[in-house]
Design a protein around this ligand. Structure first.
Ligand code: NAP
Ligand code: MG
Length: 503
């Protein structure tokens, strides 16, 4: 289907795009204090979808103040945990009710296929809020037996409280705009924090639509604030002296900036950064499952996944066959506008991202890697969009830029390996440590490699499997702290110890 015959979005989505976009501060929909706005693009055509407020440091100040008031003295701090949980559950219900509109907005703004936004982004979002709705009533401290050797005969009762951090800044990327907001918001709210969230400049729309739902779900004013803007908006949030904690998902480069900015008031930081995750295929793997799995690992969401399986390492005995099969799958992926029902891979998120990915491809070529398929843009009807064809490189060397750096696009780099001992070291030969997958039918090998890999998630005979109950985060330069699951509570609570002497 050509770009010119792509289906129109639903009327409610068109109406949303035609209305003036507003940020959310203290329960009110507001413009930026400066009155400035910026354009938001549909990457399938590079046409302007709408304009949104360009929030600046003054808006961050207003939002942080609103969050502080809500946290210290608003109705929020008097709610029971059960009431907090019900609000999160109601929010999930509302998102589900408006699921189709969220899916369409996500596709228009980010470029991903509508089928994927419907099947993955929106249901995962709903499920995630429900998970944390349930968890809100299960956060607890502990009682401790203490001895206090210098107070013989004394009796104590020691218990811990798990208290919210306070005002939390959250800065998110553009690859899963709604879902990344959800990963941050669900746990923060379940734990009783108040939030200022900045969406990525490329994809603010689904989060601005979400902003409509907080009041309806029952959240008091100021508990969630949304400020759209540019890097300086994020920088103002991460440096703000009245923000107790900042959570960031995005590039490792900006992760460094966040840590530096946090130093002023020593705010707590959690980071979910980039990756160069290996997919490791042994000769005893089910070759059909492995070929489809390896292709999905890199091409899902156009390779714009922090956990994308971007480095393929295949045992030499099946190298040729597996590379042929994966390349064949890459060739057959239907690239097109996300709104078109046949599309399996949409455009990248922006012209800048397209150019960035094409530059990586050029560097791979000039370094002597061989392109088996892709390496170019589809052209024709898709010329005006940010497309890059699914690309497979082979004959890559460990020191090439395309092997070392995160490309964040549909580009796979493949190399053979010889033995199990070698492969753990090869898998770990990266500054990153976000994820990895192992493909084998040998359970011993699977466990051995899973233990040896320095990665926050290791998948065995699958890749890109996410669940609200499964922790996700990085080793090494992929960041620290875990998103999702009960472990994410560590990022959003602090432990208070109370010792009572019984006289
Ligand atoms: P990015 O710059 O790291 O952006 C992520 C978020 O941080 C956005 O909301 C961004 O705002 C904000 N930001 C940028 N500079 C900031 C600063 N100095 N202080 C505070 N916040 C700041 O990522 P990108 O430029 O969009 O993408 C570049 C590369 O990063 C990608 O190619 C990919 O390699 C990597 N990336 C990784 C992930 C991941 O999930 N790990 C996600 C996205 C990108 P603006 O949107 O206004 O810039
Ligand atoms: Mg966009």
């Amino acid at each position: 289907m050509s770009a010119s015959t792509t289906p129109e979005p639903a009327k409610e989505v068109r109406d949303f795009l035609n209305q003036p976009q507003k940020m959310l501060i203290n329960g009110k929909r507001v413009d930026a204090a400066s009155g400035e706005t910026f354009e938001v693009y549909d990457p399938s055509t590079n046409s302007v979808l709408t304009r949104v407020p360009k929030g600046g440091s003054e808006d961050i100040d207003r939002a942080v103040q609103a969050a502080r008031t809500a946290f210290e003295s608003g109705p929020w701090c008097k709610l029971t945990v059960s009431e907090r949980g019900k609000m999160l559950w109601k929010l999930a219900d509302l998102i589900e009710q408006h699921g189709e509109k969220f899916a369409q907005l996500e596709t228009l703004d980010n470029g991903k296929p509508l089928a994927i936004a419907r099947a993955a982004d929106v249901p995962l979002t709903v499920d995630h809020f429900r998970y944390y709705a349930g968890l809100a009533t299960k956060i607890h401290g502990e009682t401790l037996d203490i001895s206090v050797p210098y107070a013989p005969g004394a009796s104590f009762f020691d218990f811990t409280l798990r208290e919210p951090m306070g005002v939390v800044g959250q800065i998110i990327p553009w690859n899963f705009p709604l879902l990344m907001a959800t990963w941050k918001l669900g746990v923060a709210l379940a734990a009783g924090n108040c939030v200022v969230l900045k969406p990525a400049e490329q994809t603010p729309l689904s989060v601005l639509r979400l902003a409509d739902l907080f009041a309806e779900a029952g959240f008091p004013d100021g508990v969630v604030n949304i400020v759209s803007g540019f890097p300086d908006t994020g920088a103002a949030l991460s440096a703000h002296a009245d923000v107790d904690k900042v959570a960031f998902t995005g590039s490792t480069e900006v992760g460094h900036e966040i840590v530096k900015a946090s130093a002023g008031n020593l705010k707590r930081v959690s980071l979910e950064l980039g990756g160069k995750s290996p997919t490791i295929v042994f000769p005893d793997a089910d070759i059909d499952i492995a070929a489809a799995g390896v292709a999905g690992a890199i091409f899902f969401n156009h390779g714009q996944c922090c956990a994308a399986g971007s480095r393929l390492l295949v045992h030499k005995n099946i190298y040729e066959e597996l590379i042929d099969r994966v390349s064949e799958q890459a060739k057959n992926i239907k690239v097109g506008p996300g709104m078109s029902p046949e599309t399996e891979m949409g455009p990248l998120v922006s012209i800048e991202q397209q150019e960035r990915v094409l530059n990586f491809i050029r560097s791979g070529e000039s370094d002597g890697a061989r392109i088996i398929t892709g390496g170019n843009t589809p052209g024709g009807d898709m010329e005006s969009g940010c497309y890059v064809n699914p690309t497979v490189f082979e004959k890559v060397q460990p020191d090439m830029k395309i092997v070392r750096e995160e490309i964040f696009g549909p580009v796979l780099v493949a190399a053979p390996f010889d033995d199990v001992e070698e492969i753990i070291a090869r898998g770990n030969d990266t500054p990153y440590g976000l994820a990895a997958s192992v493909w084998t039918r040998d359970i011993n090998k699977a466990h051995k490699v899973a233990r040896g890999l320095k990665a926050g998630t290791v998948w065995v005979n699958c890749h890109n499997i996410f669940d609200a109950n499964a922790p996700f985060g990085g080793y090494k330069m992929s960041g620290y702290g875990r998103d999702m699951s009960i472990h994410a509570l560590e990022n959003y609570t602090q432990v208070k110890n109370v010792i009572v002497q019984i006289h």
